[in-house]
Design a protein around this ligand. Structure first.
Ligand code: URA
Length: 180
């Protein structure tokens, strides 16, 4: 576990704990308010994120920004990170070993931020944080308590790009955060 942001960021930048480090342009650590009440966890960087070093700046991120605007969430008030910090090739799901190798970084981020709520974006975040037995379709929009933190699973914004009918559920889930 890393006790300071400096230590965490230095370790992340030189990390070679899994093979995702081989082809990265950037380590995408996270962005936003390090004292946030709400933290979002996605899956892993895509091509745009890998180039810019910032999570959720591509197509899915732009859609998430739009939804944030709609419900009054400010990107700079929340903190956004991913299960894995380096881009999986062709945007495939991170493998178990990759997620496992990277988990200490995310756990340290959670400890340092100490958020009230963690929003789990999609199945990869859900299963790696709450457990393999959970599925996004049945869990989304429901609250789960873990380590004294409320967890809210919802769809990954990329899923909304593939299936527009999911947008309304995503918006309704985000609305649950409005009064935090
Ligand atoms: N998808 C993710 O899960 N994370 C990002 O940072 C970008 C796209």
């Amino acid at each position: 576990m890393y006790q300071s942001w400096e230590e965490l960021e230095n370790e992340c930048k030189k990390c070679t704990k899994c093979k995702l480090s081989n082809n990265r342009n950037s380590v995408v650590i996270g962005t936003g308010n390090k004292n946030a009440k709400i933290m979002f966890v996605g899956e892993g960087p895509g091509a745009d994120e890998d180039m810019q070093g910032i999570p959720f700046v591509g197509k899915a991120g732009k859609l998430m920004d739009k939804a944030f605007e709609g419900v009054g969430i400010k990107r700079e008030e929340v903190y956004i990170a991913n299960i894995v910090k380096c881009r999986p090739p062709n945007n495939r799901n991170p493998e178990y070993e990759e997620a496992e190798a990277c988990m200490e970084y995310l756990e340290s981020q959670i400890k340092l931020i100490n958020p009230e709520i963690i929003v789990l974006l999609g199945n990869v975040a859900l299963k790696n944080i709450l457990g393999k037995e959970y599925g996004i379709t049945s869990s989304r929009g429901k609250w789960f308590e873990k380590d004294g933190i409320k967890h809210l699973p919802t769809f990954h914004p990329a899923a909304l790009l593939r299936d527009e009918t999911k947008k309304i559920d995503f918006w309704n889930d985000l609305k649950k955060l409005q009064f935090v």
